[in-house]
Design a protein around this ligand. Structure first.
Ligand SMILES: [Zn+2]
Length: 289
């Protein structure tokens, strides 16, 4: 697992593992729309104010690390960060998901939102197992609403968001970004303990006591979870307002060999219901269509 932390993969320069580069946090600039490829310029670490992250006007050069999974929530989160005036430094983690489509989607989303940079780190959580997303365990399908909203699902990846935020925090400290965005949601995924407000608040405290920049006062880290209390339909409406192209995103836990979503796993059902509740049609094609 530690070895995996040292590997940076740039999906924009190749497909699959051929694109992997053994390097530790070496910048992997991505050519984004209207943004020249270059090393990240450290932002001014002046974000000291405690606010809800929505009202404050930020300097356009203010960098933020955005965790980008390739799914609908993280794409919307990235669009919100961009709207708030941040320069996006997207971070995706290849943690041993059973398919690559999520990471391909993350690359597309980062490009479409004009991210200054997109890094992909490999951390092999699959070697730990314990989840239907990383282990040889069947992804449940066709579960009813009651079943989906009860208990912690088998698709829970042990300590995933703690690990993702820890890596994002390290990235943020390196590029001197005080702000980290994560698209967790406590409404539709109430069964995940690391999607709760208490978790986000706890991690923010940890970030400020666990880092050199935090202890020395150079940065006051803030963990933004703008979707935390939004229903899926609200997230989708917000994303549409911000111009998110949801065709680029990938949500399904059990896609076919071409990446076509199943429409039956929990993630697909929650997504489809979200579009339905929003009065919109999901632009993505499903296997049953
Ligand atoms: Zn699915």
């Amino acid at each position: 697992m530690i070895e995996g932390l040292r590997k940076v993969r740039d999906l924009s320069t190749g497909s699959g593992r051929a694109g992997k580069v053994a390097a530790r946090f070496s910048p992997v600039p991505q050519v984004a729309q209207g943004t020249p490829s270059r090393r990240p310029e450290p932002g001014t670490p002046l974000h000291q104010a405690r606010n809800d992250g929505m009202a404050m006007a930020h300097d356009k050069t203010q960098p933020a690390v955005v965790l980008l999974s390739g799914g609908l929530d993280s794409a919307t989160t990235a669009a919100i960060a961009r709207r708030e005036g941040f320069r996006l430094f997207a971070l995706s983690v290849d943690y041993g998901q059973r398919h690559r489509f999520e990471l391909d989607a993350a690359r597309r989303v980062a490009r479409s939102l004009g991210a200054a940079e997109h890094r992909v780190l490999t951390i092999d959580l699959g070697s730990l197992g314990g989840s239907a997303l990383t282990d040889d365990i069947a992804v449940p399908q066709d579960r009813g609403q009651d079943e989906m909203s009860t208990g912690i699902p088998i698709t829970y990846v042990p300590a995933r968001n703690t690990i993702l935020l820890a890596v994002a925090l390290g990235y943020a400290e390196v590029i001197r970004a005080a702000d980290v965005f994560i698209g967790v949601n406590a409404v539709d995924y109430s069964g995940y303990p690391d999607c709760r407000p208490e978790f986000i608040a706890s991690f923010e405290r940890l970030a400020n006591l666990a880092t050199k920049a935090g202890v020395e006062g150079a940065l006051q880290f803030r963990i933004h979870a703008p979707l935390l209390r939004l229903a899926k339909a609200e997230i989708i409406r917000r994303g549409v307002e911000l111009g998110v192209d949801y065709r680029l995103t990938h949500t399904c836990y059990a896609p076919d060999a071409r990446g076509t979503p199943c429409g039956r796993c929990d993630a697909c059902q929650i997504r489809l219901k979200g579009f339905d509740d929003a009065g919109l049609t999901d632009p993505v094609q499903y296997q049953s269509q």
